[in-house]
Design a protein around this ligand. Structure first.
Ligand code: C5P
Length: 223
């Protein structure tokens, strides 16, 4: 693990869940803690990079000296990423962005009725895909994939479909791994390459992943 490996580079990381409001008191969200993204930020900072984190609601601690923009919704996360993406060399989409939001946000608290309630959901922008599609100043773009089955196939499909430089896939729904938990294990794929990161604390896994990203980033920019 080399300190200084990303000296002079700017790394942007999205982290945590997003919240999509239904009415003033309710929202749709997910189990992401933000821990993996925050650990990646700390690991990137140790390589000498300037680090910008765009964070959804998270109770986790973020290391000092990291630029942090707090957002709530996927739309806000998208806009904040786009405002600061210029001059970023590496983008890591570690946030668990809600794919859908309620079509309308009720201004008043929705009252309970005797009948069933239907919520109409509309798509949110795909942030990592939008970053990978940038014409100018496109950073080295890394996505995550949380999978419950056929991990390699789904991860490789996502990498190609979203035109990512790299994808880090983890199993979800297995005890002790992924979302909500303190440890993780990753399968990392890029064009023509693959590395497994064995189960370890999220801090250790983050350091290993930043090392791989740094290697691939330098290999690609000198090619
Ligand atoms: O397609 P899926 O949601 O599984 O892809 C996961 C990857 O895409 C993660 O890197 C996540 O941060 C990113 N993503 C995003 N914007 C979305 C949905 C997912 O940036 N709206």
């Amino acid at each position: 693990y080399s300190p200084g490996a990303l000296q002079g580079c700017t790394v942007m990381i999205t982290a945590g869940p997003t919240r999509e409001a239904i009415d003033p008191v309710r929202f749709i969200s997910n189990r992401s803690s933000g821990k993996m993204g925050f650990e990646l930020a700390a690991a990137a900072q140790k390589t000498g990079a300037r680090v910008i984190v765009i964070a959804g609601p998270s109770g986790e601690f973020l290391a000092a000296g990291i630029e942090r923009w707090d957002v709530e919704t996927a739309q806000q996360m998208y806009e904040t990423v786009m405002q600061h993406i210029e001059d970023c060399d590496i983008f890591i989409g570690a946030a668990a962005v809600a794919d859908y939001r309620p079509a309308t946000r009720s201004a008043e608290k929705i009252k309970k009725k005797e009948t069933a309630l239907t919520l109409r959901l509309v798509r949110n922008p795909d942030i990592v895909q939008a970053v990978a599609a940038l014409d100018q100043g496109r950073p080295f773009t890394v996505g995550f994939a949380a999978e419950t089955h056929r991990l390699k196939e789904h991860a490789e499909h996502k990498r190609c479909h979203k035109q990512l430089d790299m994808i880090a896939a983890n199993w979800v729904g297995r005890p002790g791994l992924g979302f909500d938990s303190t440890s993780n294990a990753l399968e990392v794929f890029w064009e023509g390459g693959h590395v497994s990161i064995a189960q370890a604390t999220k801090a250790q896994v983050a350091r290993h992943l930043i090392e791989i990203i740094s290697e691939r980033y330098h290999a690609q920019s000198s090619a």
